[in-house]
Design a protein around this ligand. Structure first.
Ligand code: PXL
Length: 284
């Protein structure tokens, strides 16, 4: 089988593992060729660091995409994450429209925020645009904050104001709502069915069913776990796994990485210490 190829549209943050420094190694070890379109270059990610540098790559994206088009490149997946400007919403949407073919997997991780807050560089207009971009996706991977933004709901009121946070039926309903009437699959992250657990509530547009995958909750906040989740999920789906199997692999991998990170007493903003465990993702 030829090596499947993915266009990966995320930022490159030099320190504090997230985005391309996770996406590329994870997809590579899972047997996928990554073609990066960096949305921005930052000295560090924006969570827990002050004074980071930020180079906006908006102008470069359409130029690189036009060159790829002239080469007639084909992608089995298009996978986007953290964007660098409001204009990038339309640029990434245009990229999807140009390069999508019948069997292309379009994965939009609607990266916008966490714990009820938007990330430092995200404006309300970018969050509104992200909902438009996510409407083009086959699969989305919001956390609970991003789910609230996508649905235009108050985070504090989501899941009955937090009272239903461990309510499987409420989480299932939320995943279904995010599917736009069953048109796209959803893996809602940070979904815990009981205290001491965490995982994902998955709505599979192929089966019309919503089911959860769970693991033990290790520590919060661990930076970059959402990017690891979406990357392992993308790699699994490109290998032909079901949404639920791919999500289970992602949740188990993050659990192993989180245990290792906490055991080493690493500062949480450095991200999870995943590199030594990448071998667990090698296809067998
Ligand atoms: O993991 C999401 C993410 C990606 N990229 C950058 C970020 C964050 C979250 O803080 O700051 C630059």
């Amino acid at each position: 089988m030829p090596t499947p190829r993915a266009a990966v549209i995320h930022d490159l943050s030099g320190f504090g593992r997230c985005s391309l420094t996770e996406v590329i190694p994870i997809l590579s070890v899972m047997g996928v060729q990554c073609c990066p379109l960096p949305t921005a270059f930052l000295s560090t990610h924006t969570g827990g660091f002050e004074g980071f540098t930020f180079l906006d790559m908006t102008e470069e994206l359409p130029r690189a995409a036009a060159h790829w088009k002239s080469l007639d490149l084909k992608f089995q997946a298009i996978y986007s994450g953290f964007l660098g400007s409001e204009r990038q919403i339309d640029i990434v949407a245009g990229f999807i429209r140009t390069f999508r073919e019948k069997d292309t997997l379009v994965m939009v991780d609607p990266v916008m925020g966490d714990n009820g807050q938007a990330y430092q560089t995200y404006t309300p207009a970018m969050c509104a645009g992200m909902a438009r971009l996510a409407a083009l996706a086959d699969v989305i991977t919001p956390n609970l904050t991003e789910a609230a933004f996508l649905l235009g709901r108050d985070y504090g009121q989501l899941l009955d104001g937090g009272r239903a946070v461990h309510d499987e039926a409420a989480l299932r309903t939320l995943a279904q709502e995010l599917s736009l009437g069953g048109k796209r699959s959803v893996a809602l992250t940070g979904a815990a069915l009981a205290p001491g657990q965490t995982g994902a509530m998955c709505f599979d547009a192929r089966t019309g069913r919503a089911e959860a995958v769970q693991t033990e909750f290790v520590a919060h906040p661990l930076h970059g776990t959402g990017d690891i989740f979406a990357s392992v999920l993308t790699g699994g789906l490109m290998r032909g796994d079901s949404l639920l199997d791919a999500a289970a692999r992602a949740v188990d991998f993050i659990h192993a990485c989180a245990l290792r990170t906490v055991a080493q007493g690493l500062s949480l903003r450095e991200g999870v210490d995943f590199e030594p465990l990448l071998g667990q993702l090698v296809p067998r």
